[in-house]
Design a protein around this ligand. Sequence first.
Ligand code: SAM
Ligand code: SF4
Length: 322
Amino acid sequence: MLDQYGRDIRYMRISITDRCNLRCRYCMPQEEQPEETLLDAEEILRLCACAVSLGITRFKITGGEPLVRADCPELIRRLKEIPGVEQVTLTTNGLCLSQALPSLARAKIDGINVSLDTLRPERFREITGRDGWQRVWDGIQEGVRLGIPMKVNCVLLGGINEDEILNFVRLARKEPLDVRFIEMMPIGPGKGWAGVGSERVFEIVRREYPDFAPVSETRGNGPAVYGRIPGFLGCIGWIDAVHGKFCQTCNRVRLTGDGFLKPCLYYASGTDLRALLRRGASDEELAGAMEQAVRHKPREHHFGEKSRDGEAEERNMSQIGG
Ligand code: SAM
Ligand code: SF4
């Protein structure tokens, strides 16, 4: 459906839990919400069906860590079966990916993004607070082997992992794996970190691979810009979340684990769909509330600017879903 600025909103990111089995220093879930505040599978699927009725047909399952919810693969399977759903993908830290892959493959998942900020096991522990690099890596390899479209997302942490940019890029050489670099966003503990913009990434990659060139094809649903290196099987992408303001083409809304529909990542505002659900609202009422929220999606974010009181989001990324 079109919002008030004529943007076609067709993509929804759904955080199915705020719980996580890692403690990434820039995201760091601290206090968890009480279990009963989280939407159950039936509630999520009902909201998804309403979203489809409004023209939202692509869904990303995220968290917290979505795979800590045992019903995640089954939820994806059922979501894929809703008529009109075109695509369901997952964003995960990969720690539990290997064991979930058979059921995710059976659910016919359309793609998996694995967040991995370092290729060094000891640095993984420093960034995430836990061991487990090898498990994540095994999950990525296994996903590629199963033929699932896989992406590796690396958030660049100024002064911490910039020295690994080329090692990440090389992952795309022999595997059909897209590697994407994400600029740190000033949300939650992320506010305390220096980000690294795409210009720096481009410069580093270009120095090593002078033939690195942007591709014009659209890949995925989002704001990532991609480039190809001749001979590489995967693409290299970057998401300049703060400096490359892509609000004009933003096509997404977000649903938090507790059922709050957020039209824009930056703003605290949105609609409490859980309250409506649990008050016994009809599908028409739910769809109507979603439509209102989507229609009034703000024009643009104001990351990097001084925000007005109460305007900016106070939740952590683990609650919002990234
Ligand atoms: N736990 C899953 C994972 O790590 O992929 C899904 C949720 S996580 C919040 C989704 C994405 O948001 C991850 O790629 C993570 O690195 C990213 N993220 C978290 N905090 C961020 C921040 N402040 N700026 C940019 N990306 C962030
Ligand atoms: Fe957990 Fe993902 Fe946040 Fe890391 S980025 S703490 S894995 S939710």
